[in-house]
Design a protein around this ligand. Sequence first.
Ligand code: ADP
Ligand code: MG
Length: 319
Amino acid sequence: MTAGEFELIDRIAARTVARTDVVLGIGDDAALLQPPAGMQLVVAMDTLNSGIHFPHDTAPADIGWKALAVNLSDLAAMGATPAWCTLSLSLPEPDSAWVDAFLDGFDALARQHAVTLVGGDTTRGPLSVCVTVFGFIAPGRALRRDSACVDDDIWVSGTPGDAAAALVQWSSGVTRDPALRARLDRPTPRVALGLRLSGLARAAIDISDGLLADLAHVCRASAVRAELDVDALPASDALRAAAPDPDTRRALQASGGDDYELCFTAPVGARDAIETAGKEAGVPVTRFGRIVEGQGVVATTADGALWAPVRAGWDHFAG
Ligand code: ADP
Ligand code: MG
């Protein structure tokens, strides 16, 4: 590590949020953390590589936001309360202005959720950001992928497809809608909703690779089949304007990536409570399908015709 990199760590350490459960934070060989008695630790890690997980022209503050957001989204999908995180930064050169701007976005989201950075690693290399988040959940309360039951409703939060529409606009050079681009660059992790769903919903997953692809993970883990109506999926006004053709819009909603909305299943009897949970968490929730016996995911349009997506989701290793 170079002197420049030590200076970067000082800048990072100066901006962390205080938490009483951090016995020892950044500065020693390792952090000392005090989890609450009786709680299970929930851990998730996600890496963002330049040009793969965000467009090359993404602002450093947006990269900072997104690096934490995608990880908080994983904790949200478990129904956990976030607490701590670590950050591995690989930078082409020790650029303090870049790190300050990165921290502007990272800190803005960290403060919203009272999450604090307790350590990390700073290295030289191609731009890459890896965050690990740590949170808590009471035993037995996690929203696991293997818990969907036959006759459950299938729900989604927010309006899927917006981030994918922004990516299409970015790569095709058509008029770019800043509202859609914000959904790509600054996803909102549904932490408050996840906490309210714990004890109410059964299975949950956050949508990173596309709604159908991610729902298929739930079906595989739970050994059930999902039947859904793509025309019941909610669409934002911005998405309707960007994709007036219904089939293009369906493809973006059902198989676009990077939404970081929650897809979850719940018993029919929980409908009212789930609507209330969405209202309390400040995000709309929409029912668009049903879990049945069998396997796989089957989508139909409003007229009952079978519908297959143009593409089943982002696969970083395809093509
Ligand atoms: P070591 O050589 O013992 O691994 P480092 O010099 O890499 O220690 O790091 C010194 C301290 O700074 C450690 O507490 C480490 O967790 C922290 N740190 C290093 N890089 C980062 C980073 N990008 N974000 C947060 N903390 C960091
Ligand atoms: Mg180190």
